[in-house]
Ligand binder design. Structure first.
Ligand code: 25A
Ligand code: L14
Length: 334
């Protein structure tokens, strides 16, 4: 690949900083790097390959001469600025939910639907973090046995909600340990020592009683897998974990798969690591998945309440495969 000029919009955020790190670690051929953020980051610098680069304020003309732009600065920012980037001939890989369900925009997990990348018209969407780690595991099972229905509950890390949410987790934990009242700045209720069945923290509930995060898992799974017939229901929950989303997933298939057959299929699946040895208490853990690029699956077992279904536990780093790594992998395929 000839070296590319790359911009990162939201470079000072949690996901943006992981994007810079992944570009370095995967030795992405970067000719020049342009870190972009909001007014709040004016005067800040980021470090890329040992070099300090000043952050520029994102503007409509930021993308002249830029070939690839990775966006992670929230949905509103993507909606407003990605079209300007595309118009200037830049290809946008967007981590927000702004464009994901647009029929003109491919929604891509490279292990699942790499062929959709070529259909882009300037914008490619990076799926929701909880969806990405689920579909890399579902895909080989679907190919082998056709998935009819998925029932998922998530245990989502606080880093998914950004830097200020992590500050809340730390401050509240300290307050509780010191015997003070925890203060809520980002979440509607304390996240320290608690679970919140509401993601995101604002604009969460849709008319059918699901949260928007839950409906993302329903709709994005069908789009990425290219199969509207897969029925999905989800309950998404924030837990006081720093980084690494965990998921309890029940998968009903048309053709019965034994737990052993599923393990064999998943052992061969790209980007997936099977960690499943109950006798030795081996199963995926968020604290071990954090910082790694793979998706880990374990606790694979046949559902005793159904003739043709499996239960499993899926864990991945929400900032890496769930966001920055998947975006850079899409850019690599470009
Ligand atoms: O709008 P949404 O979709 O609800 O998204 C809200 C936030 O969720 C995070 C991300 O926060 C996003 O802004 N997020 C989104 N997708 C995520 C994912 N898949 C995700 N988190 C995890 N997984 P973040 O803190 O990680 O990153 C924010 C980055 O976006 C830049 N940004 C925001 N608005 C922008 C913009 N850039 C350009 N134009 C805009 N209009 C933001 O830059 C950061 O890089 P910044 O300069 O605004 O922030 C620098 C520092 O300021 C702190 N901060 C953030 N918001 C506020 C704030 N301080 C005060 N008030 C605020 N409202 C941050 O802590 C940051 O360090
Ligand atoms: O759709 O954990 O990418 O708050 C990313 C952050 C969904 C919510 C997305 C979180 C959002 C998620």
């Amino acid at each position: 690949m000839t070296p590319k000029s790359v911009a990162v919009a939201g470079a000072t955020g949690l996901v943006g900083s992981r994007m810079l790190q992944v570009l370095e670690e995967l030795e992405f051929p970067v000719k020049s790097l342009k870190p972009l953020a909001s007014e709040r980051s004016r005067g800040k610098s980021i470090t890329f390959r040992g070099e300090s680069i000043p952050v520029e304020v994102l503007a409509e003309d930021s993308f002249k001469g830029v070939e690839i732009a990775l966006f992670s600065a929230g949905g509103g920012t993507s909606k407003r600025f990605a079209p300007f980037a595309a118009k200037d001939g830049c290809v946008v890989v967007d981590n927000s939910s702004a464009w994901r369900m647009d029929p003109e925009v491919p929604l891509v997990v490279p292990e699942v639907n790499p062929g959709d990348i070529a259909k882009h018209k300037g914008i490619i969407a990076n799926p929701n973090c909880s969806t990405i780690q689920m579909v890399v595991v579902l895909k080989p099972l679907h190919d082998a046995a056709r998935i009819k229905r998925v029932v998922v509950s998530t245990y989502q890390a606080v880093s998914g909600a950004g830097i200020k949410a992590l500050d809340d987790l730390f401050e509240q934990t300290r307050a509780v340990l010191d015997g003070r009242e925890p203060e809520c700045k980002v979440f509607p209720y304390p996240i320290a020592f608690n679970c919140l069945p509401q993601i995101p923290q604002s604009d969460a509930f849709t008319e059918n009683g699901y949260t928007s995060e839950e409906m993302k898992m329903v709709n994005e799974t069908k789009k990425i897998m290219g199969d509207d017939s897969i029925r999905v229901t989800a309950t998404t929950v924030r837990v006081p974990v720093h980084t690494g989303h965990s998921e309890s997933v029940n998968v009903e298939t048309e053709k019965k798969l034994t737990a052993g057959e599923a393990r064999e299929l998943l052992a061969k699946a790209p980007g997936v690591v099977v960690e499943d040895d109950p006798a030795n208490q081996v199963y995926p853990l968020a604290i071990r998945a954090a910082g790694k690029g793979e998706t880990f699956v374990g606790r694979i077992r046949e559902d005793i309440s159904h003739p043709s279904a499996l239960d499993m536990w899926i864990v991945s780093d929400n900032l890496l495969k769930g966001a920055a790594l998947n975006a850079v992998q899409i850019a690599e395929r470009l």
